[in-house]
Design a protein around this ligand. Structure first.
Ligand SMILES: [Mn+2]
Length: 289
């Protein structure tokens, strides 16, 4: 007899085993091969699932419960360790399949480069796509030590295919001078703060399709030390939740999202994945319509 997995920690809490009936699909991308500092985010997805067991099903922010919605947890993609290019192809193919099936992809990283093939697929399906990027880092490099496939390049790559003015960046407080100059010139670029500029920017996005990518390191390291490239001077978990709710309660049409760079090994308190699990609950309840 198969036992109920809903509260086991093997899958995100309360996920359904019925793919057909599920609008949203949670999937893990356990990749950390191109990081410039500390690896470990390959263990992010599984530890976020384990932390989800501690969540309440009910969100008092949104007055909704995850018991009332149907979503599927696909587990983690099998990626060839060390081969970034082929891993990105596998991620892109999978997300393309989800979009063909009419699903809402909710990805768990992994390093931030995983978002690049997702944006390519999203932009193919939604040519008027906007990107909301919430992160400590600009991720606007053209290459890192000569390597274009780096966790510091995905948003620059996105700007090249979808146009920088279709990208909104919030919370950025780290990068090269060139990245900051590029951001100010080419992107809707809001350094340091998240909730206040997001509130101002959202009405200008209208009802456009939006992909939301959140790097957990936008949080201050005191709130989320479990990440590879921790960056002092970040926002609180309260502000990041507020940002999710601002997007959820706006007119934009969120068509997919991800949360990346949780590296549990650097956080013996497990606070980082506990924060991440709550963010995923709020994204599920707020973004999936
Ligand atoms: Mn980052």
């Amino acid at each position: 007899m198969k036992l109920d997995q809903a509260y086991s920690g093997n899958v995100f809490i309360c996920s359904s085993d019925d793919y057909e009936k599920s609008k949203a699909v949670i999937y893990g991308m356990p990749m950390d091969f191109t990081v410039s500092f500390r690896p470990g985010s390959r263990f992010g997805p599984s530890r976020i699932r384990q932390a989800s067991v501690g969540l309440e099903e009910y969100s008092p922010y949104l007055d909704k419960s995850i018991e009332d919605i149907t979503y599927f947890d696909a587990g983690d993609l099998l990626l060839p360790f060390g081969n970034a290019g082929r891993s990105l192809d596998i991620i892109g193919d999978y997300v393309g399949q989800l979009l063909d099936d009419g699903k809402f992809p909710l990805g768990l990283g992994g390093e931030h480069l995983v978002t690049w093939p997702i944006i390519q697929k999203m932009h193919e399906k939604y040519p008027d796509l906007l990107l909301i990027h919430i992160d400590a880092h600009a991720d606007l490099r053209e290459q890192y030590e000569g390597e274009p496939l780096s966790h510091s390049t995905p948003v620059r790559k996105a700007a090249e295919i979808m146009g920088g003015k279709n990208i909104y960046q919030f919370g950025i407080r780290s990068g090269s001078r060139e990245e900051f100059q590029y951001g100010h010139k080419n992107i809707h670029f809001y350094p340091f703060e998240v909730a206040a500029p997001l509130k101002e920017a959202l009405p200008g996005m209208g009802r456009r399709p939006v992909y939301v990518t959140i790097d957990i390191d936008v949080l201050d390291p005191s709130a989320a030390p479990g990440t590879g490239t921790a960056e002092a001077g970040g926002i609180t978990s309260k502000e990041l939740l507020e940002a999710v709710h601002l997007i959820a309660n706006s007119d934009v049409n969120v068509v997919g999202c991800d949360l990346v760079e949780v590296a549990p090994i650097y956080d013996p308190t497990e606070q980082t994945q506990i924060v991440a699990a709550k963010l995923i609950r709020e994204m599920l309840l707020g973004f999936v319509k």
